[in-house]
Design a protein around this ligand. Sequence first.
Ligand SMILES: Nc1nc2c([nH]c(=O)n2[C@@H]2O[C@H](COP(=O)(O)OP(=O)(O)OP(=O)(O)O)[C@@H](O)[C@H]2O)c(=O)[nH]1
Length: 160
Amino acid sequence: MSDTTIRADAHLPRQGTAAGGARPVVEVAVGILLQPDGRFLLTSRPPGKVYAGYWEFPGGKLEPGESVAQALARELHEELGLRIEPASVSRWREQLVDYPHALVRLHFCRVTAWQGALQMREGQQAAWERLPVRVQPVLAGTLPVLQWLGEEAACDKPPT
Ligand SMILES: Nc1nc2c([nH]c(=O)n2[C@@H]2O[C@H](COP(=O)(O)OP(=O)(O)OP(=O)(O)O)[C@@H](O)[C@H]2O)c(=O)[nH]1
């Protein structure tokens, strides 16, 4: 777990903070679908959703009783028509993000195998990207992943 909470759009008021109560944390499963050549899948947030048009890794909120892997498998199927096996999912990192609309804990998972052809079932767009990404704007809670992937790629390079 990263020990820093990202505060997105810090100038905007926070929803759900009335009466001084603790803000509930929304658990979110996020998939980093990696091709053998290093490309990864980004999708745009569908019209009508908060931060519509921003690019993110595919995924969504956990439903009651679901594990991260189960939620990810359900979301990838619902949103993109892809099937993944639990064995091809590995939990990677977590990040807490304080958005005006919600406080979310992102559970990032690496996914190396899937079945099916991409279907844009929610009117979103998809792009197989490598660093630096061409698509813009990228969601605040997605940016750290790009940094982590960049750090990994730098570590994998042989010394010059
Ligand atoms: N899937 C995904 N969500 C992310 C990423 N980064 C990030 O901050 N999030 C946040 O995690 C939450 C994902 O929830 P979601 O997409 O299922 O739900 P939503 O808020 O759009 O609402 P809804 O599905 O209830 O209509 C959103 O608040 C979104 O801003 C990311 O890379 N992928």
